[in-house]
Design a protein. Structure first.
Length: 145
């Protein structure tokens, strides 16, 4: 079983099932389809808390995100399993990944919240990652039956 830790401000969206995936960099082992995943906030701290009963991994797909300082939105492109998302799809994807500004208001640091989900996602990624490109995987889950 694989465990993933989240910022506390994502927990409400995980609980109400509007956020059912996570983007992670390559590592030795990620969840595999059909395997339960554990979702926590504050992992490896005394404030560690399980967000919900263990959902089941339903997909693991490669993702590439390109960043650029030349555009206001920050995210130049997102490619999932080799298919590049169009502008509207990027915004919808950022919302599904938990970056809708109205959902984060009052929970996340104010400096991260922008007008659009795409720009909010870009600010988050810029604070957590370095470089113009991110490559990793999207791990998707559904509640266990």
């Amino acid at each position: 079983m694989v465990a993933y830790s989240f910022k506390t401000y994502f927990a409400p969206q995980i609980l109400d099932l509007t956020k059912t995936h996570t983007i992670r960099g390559h590592r030795r082992r990620h969840a595999q389809v059909g395997e339960p995943v554990q979702l926590f906030t504050g992992m490896r701290t005394k404030h560690c808390k399980k967000i919900m009963d263990d959902p089941v991994c339903v997909a693991v797909r490669p993702i590439r995100i390109m960043f650029s300082d030349l555009i206001d939105e920050g995210i130049a492109s997102i490619e999932i399993r080799g298919r590049q998302l169009c502008r509207d799809e990027i915004e919808a994807f950022a919302v599904s990944d938990g970056f809708a500004p109205e959902r984060l208001s009052g929970l996340a640091p104010r400096r991260l919240i922008a007008v659009t989900a795409r720009e909010t996602m870009s600010r988050f990624w810029a604070s957590e990652n370095r470089g113009p490109m991110f490559e990793g995987v999207i791990i998707e889950w559904r509640p266990a039956q």
